[in-house]
Design a protein around this ligand. Structure first.
Ligand code: ZN
Length: 77
């Protein structure tokens, strides 16, 4: 019988999803898709997604084009 993945998160009383996120953070990977993280804990794609989600929620009108995610987005298109 194969053993399950055993690491520092295995016995924590948290959800599987939360453990996945913590493991991704530990390995500096995107917490949503597992791709290499650009900044914080997200890849570029999800960095942009998170940014747009926050804009909507807060009703922001301005865009801060100096922000890392915009620069990277411009570079990748
Ligand atoms: Zn991602």
């Amino acid at each position: 019988m194969r053993r399950r993945i055993q690491d520092e998160f295995t016995d924590m009383p948290i959800s599987r999803q939360r453990k996945y996120q913590l493991r991704m953070q530990r390995d500096r990977r995107c917490t949503e898709c597992g791709a290499p993280a650009i900044q914080g804990s997200r890849c570029l794609k999800h960095l942009v997604k998170a940014r747009e989600r926050q804009r909507k929620k807060r009703g922001l009108k301005r865009r801060y084009y100096g922000t890392l995610s915009y620069k990277l987005q411009a570079m990748s298109t």
